[in-house]
Design a protein around this ligand. Sequence first.
Ligand code: ADP
Length: 387
Amino acid sequence: MPRVAVIGDGQLARMMHTEAIELGLQPRVLAGAPDASAAQVFGDVQLGDYTNFDDLHATIQGASAITFDHEHVPNEFLQRLLDEGYNVEPRPQALIYAQDKLEQRMKLKELGAPVPPFAKFDSVEDAREFWELVDGRVCVKATRGGYDGHGVWFPETLQECEQLVTDLLEKGVVLYAEEKVQFARELSAMVARNRDGEVKAWPVAESRQADGVCHIAIAPAPELPAAVAKQCRDLATKIATKLDVTGVLAVELFECIGEDGASKILVNELAMRPHNTGHWTQDGCVTSQFEQHLRAVLNWPLGSVDTLEPVTVMVNTLGAEEDPQMPMEQRVIEVMRRYPEAKVHLYGKSWRPGRKMGHVNVTGYDATSTLAIAQHAAHFIVHANWY
Ligand code: ADP
């Protein structure tokens, strides 16, 4: 059975590993440290640095496919590997649109996908001009390297915006800005695509974020009109196809409600790998995003994305301000005792405030009661108390 090399040592690689061994694959990981989330579980660990070409090269020997748990491997390295005949999935030509948010905005606009107005910021003058254009509703973003809200700013006044842009440009951060969207909620349309061009689209999920960090995903998104859900899935399918994405693609969306009450969809951003808003598929779908990603990067037939229950809710367990005294094992046992239906997933990470340490999935019949259980269970994992 083929070897798959995964670059990146976080929880996404770890959860890919679970599926890889179930499929009988030979998974290998390039990890930065032996105690990293994924390095704890892979039998075949290459220690090294994903920004070092030799380390990448050593990791991928004998691999049928090379894939990622993040988007930060230098694009030019991937191109070199591709030129040497290695099967990099997704290809660097596609991955660039997940690496660089400004490239992504320009490409999506070219494809006719709905995006908010945006502009590159090379100077404070650009910031002033854009501030006028969008009436002060400005969201400034670093074009590269952002994650979980790092690299996204919402200046409240023009003065604040000018100061922010001055400081960031001085530090050499490449910037652009887009209109700060007044959205009703955030959605996530996820698809997987293999090299033959087969695409499967999961049901659209609602994702709830705080401070740029995903806290909750509910799938399918409650009360999303069928026509809008189809529009989102079609949009994600089109983006995957036009950009020649292989593997999992997450299209993060804003749902805005117009004065006529109709939904209007805008694209926020793209991720070309399994995504936090797709963790629900582990327990709510015939094929999880991690299995599907592996099938897609190996150019295997894709699995069914049918749901197993009417609704699945995922709630992240993010490190509390203080680590409770109760050992994690005890917390897990308490949750299992109270909620046999709750599926606890932990990433083997030590505590840090706000850190993504795991998640809880619960499937059920209605979003309200299922969400209540998942939140209650996740709260206990984090705080060691019942509210
Ligand atoms: P990251 O790369 O950190 O995930 P995103 O670009 O997804 O960054 O932004 C993080 C969060 O900030 C989004 O989930 C959303 O809640 C908010 N956000 C981003 N762009 C905008 C925007 N144009 N208007 C309003 N909110 C935004």
